[in-house]
Design a protein around this ligand. Sequence first.
Ligand SMILES: *Cc1c(COP(=O)(O)O)cnc(C)c1O
Length: 390
Amino acid sequence: MNNKEIIDLDSKYIIQNYGRQPIALSHGEGVIIWDTDGKQYIDFFAGLAVNVLGQSHPKVIKTIQKQAEKLIHVSNVYYTEEQVKLAKKLSEISIFDRVFYANSGAEANEGAIKLARKFTGKGEIISANNSFHGRTLATVTATGQDKYKEPFKPLPTGFMHVPFGDSKAISNAINDDTAAILIEAIQGEGGVVVPPENYLKEVESICKENNVILILDEIQTGFGRIGEMFAYELYGIKPDIITIAKALGNGYPIGGVLARGEVATAFDFGDHGTTFGGNALGCAVAMTVIETIKEENLLENSKTVGEYFKDKLYKLKEKHDFIKDVRGFGLFLALELDQNSSDITDKMLKKGFLINSTAGNVLRFVPPLIIKKDHVDKLIKALDNLFFEI
Ligand SMILES: *Cc1c(COP(=O)(O)O)cnc(C)c1O
């Protein structure tokens, strides 16, 4: 099928909740992806900050093939070696003791909210304005953007919001019923918004003083995106819980709640669960993703190519007045414009680049962590040419 045939069928048979780019993708290799008309793209989107190893990575292919021949899924009624090996690995690469496996980011956040409520016996979750935590009813309520929740009222109770980057607002909001602070280290969907330098450290101590659980939503920042394995390392803090998903499975759906200390033991048998979460195939793939990040030095690549990339973005800003800001760390980068960014994304698509527009006026760059400087050069040149046409 070609692009048009696929798009026609989509409009007829699929619930129309996505505003998609007008192409159907067919296959990819590394950071190159082809559509069904045969056009080639360089991928600066990575399936929404998911495909850290790019498309059709040989190690991922091999793991999926080998594991599919052995065991795909058995439910959480039984133990599997793949689950415990990945759990041990996650603990070794982080400060956390235990994991609960989920299938997606939203489910990971749901699990974290339930864990914090069970542990504290309290109800209220404080999150930030402009945040994004998922689309389920609880996580969309935690999300600090009205457009995502207005049509779906009534919403669950026990959620409140404070301005992002203002630690005083958090101490003022904490009360006797506060269970947890749920916060992104860097707001992704909200426009790659980086908080003031000491903000997360201050939030950490406020949580400690008040016996409030700190949940860091690392669904977008985790696994090398920001140049470290996790964003809590970048900011030198120790949250009680982090939630992970996106990059963990390189496209195979798997997420998780990582918790440390006593909070990690708050669930009793039967308190929480999922049918698919942590299935053998997902865990095998995630193990390969983590090992490959190490083996291929991708944290280093995220840092060095990220710095190179950011420097080029600053140079673009010097040339083009309508660029208001350059933000981000590692390969989690953005340009804020003084105008709508989605038409730029559309034009870049025609030029053969997959980039993303978010928060109305922000161009977000979240390529696979295997991306090279010469891919960045190509993107910058195309952006520069396009910006001169505007
Ligand atoms: C993507 C994202 C989510 C939601 O993940 P899903 O897998 O789409 O449910 C939650 N929090 C953050 C920070 C995200 O970037």
